[in-house]
Design a protein around this ligand. Structure first.
Ligand code: GDP
Ligand code: MG
Length: 193
């Protein structure tokens, strides 16, 4: 190999992510209509606002640099792909981390989020999986039904992180995914000690 002779860093860049950094599987959970697919599209860089392509399910790959370290995420937006129990069980088992989404304009979706948190805990009992509770649609100020305080109090009870986002305004979406990466790293580090 002539890697010493070559001064080009191209090969390093193109192979780096698949060799060294681990790929984290992140699963979106939450009631229909809360904005899971919208958040996933912002994450995936799909600039097709206006169109709500409400297709079955999608996954999005992305590498991002968080705290000067490379991280690869595969984001699964498949929770509503079909109604089979098999898929729900699969989702509960497969994730390295979870994003539980509700809409701040929909109290029922907030209650559903708690339910999902409980189900997740049951499915992965002994594991300390990173979870972020997300109150989406923070831009819809006048139709808000869930306050920031209620959201963060719920996150405290359920021992997970909390953030409010607006997929429409792209507000806090980047922070959300950086937060997920940091949490996964934290849990991983504490496991290895
Ligand atoms: P999903 O069923 O959870 O995948 O939700 P979608 O991503 O399909 O979003 C449901 C609807 O809410 C769509 O009409 C979106 O355009 C809208 N929506 C999603 N996120 C936001 C947001 O942050 N703000 C506002 N105002 N609307 C949103
Ligand atoms: Mg969807």
């Amino acid at each position: 190999r002539d890697s010493y002779a070559s001064d080009s860093s191209d090969s390093v860049i193109s192979t780096g992510s698949e060799t060294e950094s681990q790929i984290y599987k992140v699963v979106l959970l939450g009631e229909h209509g809360v904005g899971k697919s919208s958040l996933a599209r912002v994450f995936g860089g799909v600039e097709d606002a206006g169109h709500d392509c409400d297709e079955a399910g999608n996954t999005y790959d992305r590498s991002m640099v968080v705290d000067d370290e490379d991280a690869s995420i595969v984001l699964y937006d498949i929770w509503e792909q079909d109604n089979s129990q098999w898929l729900k069980d699969q989702c509960m088992r497969m994730g390295d981390a979870y994003i539980i989404v509700y809409s701040v304009t929909d109290k029922a979706s907030f209650e559903k989020a708690s339910e999902l948190r409980i189900q997740l805990r049951r499915a992965r009992q002994s594991e300390n999986i990173p979870i972020i509770l997300v109150g989406n649609k923070s831009d819809l100020v006048r139709s808000r039904e869930v306050s920031v305080d209620e959201g963060s109090a719920c996150a405290v009870v359920f021992d997970c992180k909390f953030i409010e986002t607006s997929a429409s305004l792209h507000h806090n979406v980047q922070d959300l995914f950086e937060g997920i990466v940091r949490q996964i790293r934290l849990r991983k580090d504490s496991k290895e000690e």
